[in-house]
Design a protein around this ligand. Structure first.
Ligand code: PFF
Length: 472
């Protein structure tokens, strides 16, 4: 980033912005959350709904957030205050901060798993627990008891869960403090393409598995009998979550863009990268799985992949590389989450940056503890309610409330702000500086913001209220 005359940082180049925004978007949402949510929601039909939500709603909200950020040149709360002084619109900014805190608290737990699995792969301890199997044997089920028992024991170990949560939050704080940001940016430029290559390799591996076709069928064939209102709730939530939308993260990143930057095309690139990586993660998992997952919820990717790595030649090395990449992808996302909270404390509460990072980082790590204990560590936290006959814990609840519902509510707030208060004309001018062709999209964009997004979000809230289905 460079510092222009107003003293605010700015991206050094357009590619710098795209890499950072893609770094925020691409993370556990793509590789951990997308496959298991697809698995839980019936496969192909969910994928189709997710894609529709991404293209028709996600992209529109992405442009809205980037435009608000760049126009206001401020963090979320400050941006709404600057563009709508003295109004209640700043509540949308506050909601974003709260949502960011909620998401990071449990995201940090799952990010900790990547470090745990990295250590287990490097130390060879997976070898002793998970026996090598022969994948050509069609009787082998990829959610083998060994790998899932290993996962179950790992996540139920309270001490380890808290340890890895703390480790990951510590790493995130170091980066947000600015210490290694430059390094991380340089690193992501190499690691993201490497992640892509790795996914391609694992997809090819998956396609060679005996039940690959059945897996692909589950993943791609829309079975509309399985669609309920909740499928839509999860699909929309997944679209926002994966694109880091609805809480001001992209707004913050947009605030560091230059007026001459092409915000419209940059937004499209980020959406394409993010969606392609999520779809690839599905192509990696479902052919191996050979159909609908039978048990694994949030453990799906960890269970299926560790079993798979055990069966590959040089699988340990592959595992080490894979979990390192996943940890870095998660880190670039946790950094953006913590950045939103930190920039609020610095800009609006006038705290010093180190104090702000320390306060938000430790506070969120503490908030993460109930999630860390909710996968078997503490019984009642692990079984708060039932969904489709399966017990759900605190982490699942956080994931649903913050990662689905509040992101959707935040996105609605952002759409309504552009339509009712800032006015589409101003927003379009902001985007068209640097991308004049965007004016042609005026009608489509406004329809997405004024009609599609509100209908979708209000529709899903009404559905949950009426059916009382929210939690199962
Ligand atoms: N988009 C990230 C992922 O897919 O892993 C998660 C995320 C980051 C959500 C930042 C929201 C956010 F503001």
């Amino acid at each position: 980033m460079e510092s222009p005359s107003n003293g605010r940082g700015q991206w050094g180049s357009r590619i710098g912005f795209i890499m950072a925004a893609a770094g925020s978007a691409i993370g556990l949402g793509n590789i951990w959350r997308f496959p298991y949510t697809t698995g839980q929601n019936g496969g192909g039909a969910f994928v189709l709904l997710y894609l529709l939500c991404t293209v028709f709603i996600g992209l529109a909200v992405m442009w809205a957030e980037l435009a608000i950020g760049r126009a206001a040149q401020r963090s979320p709360v400050g941006a709404f205050k600057a563009l709508a002084p003295g109004s209640a619109w700043k509540l949308v900014g506050y909601l974003g901060i709260i949502t960011g805190i909620g998401i990071l608290s449990y995201y940090g737990v799952v990010a900790g798993w990547t470090v745990g699995y990295l250590i287990y792969s490097a130390s060879g301890s997976l070898d002793t627990v998970i026996p090598t199997i022969h994948l050509t044997d069609p009787a082998v089920h990829m959610e083998s008891a060994h790998a899932s028992n290993f996962f179950g024991a790992f996540v139920a170990n309270s001490k380890l869960q808290i340890l890895f949560l703390v480790v990951f939050m510590g790493l995130t704080m170091v980066v947000v403090l600015g210490g290694v940001r430059k390094g991380i940016e340089r690193l992501t430029k190499i690691l993201m393409p490497l992640l892509l290559v790795m996914l391609v390799g694992l997809i090819i591996n998956g396609m060679l598995q005996p039940k690959a076709m059945a897996g692909l069928r589950f993943y791609l064939w829309p079975d509309f009998d399985k669609v309920t209102g909740m499928t839509f709730v999860y699909a929309l939530g997944q679209a926002f979550f994966s694109l880091s939308l609805g809480m001001g993260a992209m707004l913050t990143y947009g605030s560091y863009m230059r007026k001459s930057d092409n915000l419209a095309t940059s937004g499209i690139y980020v959406v394409i990268f993010d969606t392609v990586i999520a779809l690839m993660a599905g192509f990696m998992i479902f052919p191996i799985l050979g159909g609908a997952p039978t048990s694994a919820g949030p453990g799906l990717v960890f269970v299926v992949l560790t079993q798979q790595f055990q069966a590959m030649p040089a699988g340990n090395i592959v595992a080490i590389i894979f979990f390192s990449l996943l940890a870095i992808a998660a880190l670039t996302s946790t950094v953006s989450l913590l950045e939103v909270v930190t920039s609020f404390l610095v800009d609006d509460l006038k705290m010093k940056r180190p104090g702000a990072v320390l306060l938000s980082g430790t506070g969120i790590a503490l908030l993460g503890i109930p999630s860390a204990l909710s996968l078997g560590g503490v019984k009642w936290l692990s079984n708060l309610y039932t969904l489709d006959g399966k017990g759900q814990g605190f982490l699942d609840l956080m994931n649903f409330i913050f990662g689905n519902v509040l992101l959707a509510v935040g996105a609605l707030g952002i759409c309504l702000f552009v339509v009712l208060r800032w006015k589409p004309k101003n927003a379009i001018e902001e985007i068209a500086t640097g991308a004049p062709w965007f004016r042609k999209l005026r009608t489509v964009w406004v329809v997405a913001l004024a009609v599609l997004c509100p209908l979708a979000v209000l529709g899903l809230l009404a559905y949950m209220a009426i059916t009382g289905k929210a939690l199962g």
